[in-house]
Design a protein around this ligand. Structure first.
Ligand code: A3P
Length: 299
């Protein structure tokens, strides 16, 4: 069955709801003709969980020798992070992926179990960074994002779909769980970050991210303020105010501001009723029972 509220109809595939368009296109391509390199970094997330922020931080950290964060014409002052780091199942052909200079950094919303074996197998050398967010905030962010294209979309509708797992990459808690389990099994290959903790301590998370990607900051860089400059460059306020080509429209033809809203933890309580929150909590708790994983609660 297809779901009509998402921009592309969704299909259930191996336990996850994936846009049909991805299954027919990028997913097949990624599995058949994308060749990862050991230096590749994959940024992974459930939608509306801090993907854009993670893209900005990883890009700024990895490319700092060619693009110091202090530079007035740093790409992130002119381009949306989604233009700097592409989704490999959505934006890139195999040829474009091949042509990216190493170390390549690309993003994905695919669940861990749907990533090609060439990336996840022991010894691939590929690194995966996952950002996880409180499901209640991811839901509210998803609803408000979708409302821009579908103004009659109610929180109740969004809630019902989300609870059934019927949104891109859903069920959200299983998406998160798979990456968390992978990070426990293979900590050198999978770094698991939490959006709420990144908000509390952006600098230490940036340092951890850079270290994991193989480009840790030197003492001299830290003393020169490179870490704080990157955090500032990638802050919601700075990304929101960037000049973007084509009058605020990025390469996707979407308004730049679409990706930057409040950027806080706990905004769900302004939109969901306590009953909704309790129902979702119960669903998530039941699904995660016995796994050892719990979400950081944002409020
Ligand atoms: P809200 O809608 O709760 O504000 P994604 O990038 O995965 O689509 O997630 C979007 C969410 O991340 C939005 O949350 C957005 O405001 C927030 N976000 C985007 N850039 C951010 C940044 N630089 N710092 C913190 N949060 C950011």
């Amino acid at each position: 069955p297809s779901v009509t509220r998402d921009p592309s109809p969704l299909r259930q595939y191996n336990g996850f709801w994936i846009p049909e368009m991805i299954l027919k296109g990028g997913f097949t391509a990624v599995h058949s003709c994308f060749e990862p390199r050991p230096s590749d970094v994959f940024l992974s997330s459930f939608p509306k969980s801090g993907t854009t922020w993670l893209k900005a931080l990883a890009f700024a950290a990895l490319k700092r020798s060619t693009h110091p964060p202090f530079e007035g014409d740093h790409p992130l002052r002119h381009w949306n992070p989604h233009d700097c780091v592409k989704f490999f199942e959505l934006d890139l052909s195999a040829g474009e992926f091949e042509a990216l200079p190493s170390p390549r950094v690309v993003a994905t919303h695919l669940p861990y179990s749907l990533l090609p074996d060439s990336i996840t197998r022991e010894g691939s050398g590929c690194r995966i960074v996952y950002v996880c967010r409180d499901p209640r905030d991811a839901l509210v962010s998803f609803w408000l994002f979708m409302r821009k294209v579908s103004p009659s979309f109610t929180i109740q509708e969004a809630f019902d779909l989300f609870c059934q797992g019927r949104c891109t990459g859903g069920p959200q808690w299983l998406h998160v769980l798979q990456y968390w389990e992978a990070s426990v099994r293979r900590p050198d290959s999978v770094l698991f970050l939490r959006y709420e903790e990144m908000l509390r301590e952006p600098e230490s998370h940036l340092k951890k991210l850079a270290e994991f990607m193989g480009c840790g900051f030197s003492k001299e860089e830290e003393e020169a303020g490179v870490v704080s400059a990157i955090v500032e460059l990638c802050s919601l306020g700075k990304l929101k105010e960037m000049e973007v080509n084509r009058n605020g429209v990025n390469n996707w033809g979407t308004k730049n501001e679409t990706f930057f809203r409040k950027g806080v933890a706990g905004d769900w309580s302004n939109h969901m009723t306590p009953e909704m929150a309790q129902r979702l909590d119960r669903i998530v708790e039941d699904a995660l029972q016995g796994t050892g994983f719990t979400f950081a609660t944002s409020a």
